[in-house]
Write a protein that binds this ligand. Structure first.
Ligand code: PAF
Length: 280
């Protein structure tokens, strides 16, 4: 496995893969890898000849009071995991490599980029879209792999790929969960034992909404009320948003339908967690 830190080295290595006629899959990450990331790598290996992963804690997607500085960076451990999974290329640049002094061009995905996390974390999706567009240009993958856990990010990146004519396929892999329902997240490692127990309320609320929908309730206000009453059982968990939206536009629905996205973000202690489910 090659670990590359400059854009020039990464470009050359990816170009060589493409010129050899092999397909290239990209798994963009911020490191602190867990089984969810490994599932993305495995999907990439199953669908592409060669897999590249990036490890970059992207400063532009963090707000001024967010966890950029304390975001976990177990770099050696991450590289060992990726090597064990057969990743061929790891791109791990420093911030100055991706954003040299004077860099002033950003990718703004209008509309969808301002909803859900885009509304709660102004500038977040501008940072995500910008770094992912840059990675797409540097790597030139045939396919790029993202987790459904970040459903709003998926909607934003789908719009960007469509609007900017990126010649690649976005592959979205299912959310992985702990046996008790907690969605895997790099931020779970911030949780104390008691907060971790409280955090289960997010998936419980989503499950209750999905079950109520399956039982025949279509009215979004009433569905959300069932979710809020579950959330109320953990008064120390503060809801940031709980919405039922169209999965592509992220616009709120009044009547639930198959394929609708139920998305939640909540603060558990000082940690902001997100989770979602699709109504079937
Ligand atoms: O999902 C993430 O880990 C990040 O938002 C991504 C896509 C790697 C961009 O920094």
């Amino acid at each position: 496995m090659q670990v590359l830190s400059t854009i020039q080295e990464m470009r050359l290595a990816c170009r060589a893969v493409r010129q050899s006629g092999q397909s290239l899959g990209l798994v963009p990450t911020m490191g602190a890898l867990h089984a969810g990331h490994i599932a993305l790598v495995r999907a990439a290996r199953a669908q592409c000849d060669v897999v590249a992963a990036s490890i970059f804690v992207n400063p532009t997607q963090f707000g001024p009071n967010e966890d950029f500085a304390k975001y976990p960076r177990p770099f050696e451990q991450d590289c060992a995991l990726l090597e064990g999974e057969g990743v061929a290329l790891v791109f791990a640049p420093q911030p100055g490599e991706m954003y040299p002094a004077g860099a002033s061009t950003f990718v703004e995905v209008g509309g969808v980029g301002d909803r859900l996390d885009g509304a709660s974390r102004p500038g977040h999706f501008r940072g995500v879209a910008t770094i992912v567009a840059k990675l797409f240009h540097i790597v030139g993958p045939d396919k790029a792999f993202f987790g459904q856990k970040d459903a709003a990010q998926v909607a934003v990146l789908r719009s960007m790929v469509r609007d900017l004519n990126f010649d690649l396929e976005l592959v979205v892999c299912p959310t992985l969960r702990e046996p008790d329902g907690l969605a895997l997240s790099s931020r779970n490692r911030y949780l104390s034992a008691s907060d971790r127990a409280r955090a289960l309320v997010l998936s419980r609320a989503l499950d209750v909404i999905a079950a109520t929908y399956r039982a025949g309730e279509k009215d979004v206000a009433r569905l959300l009320e069932t979710g809020r009453s579950v959330m109320a059982t953990e008064p120390e968990v503060r809801i940031d948003y709980l919405q039922i939206v169209d999965a592509d536009t992220l616009l709120p629905l009044t009547e639930a339908k198959p394929g609708a996205l139920v998305a939640i973000a909540a603060y558990v202690g000082g940690t902001r967690l997100i989770d979602n489910t699709i109504l079937r």
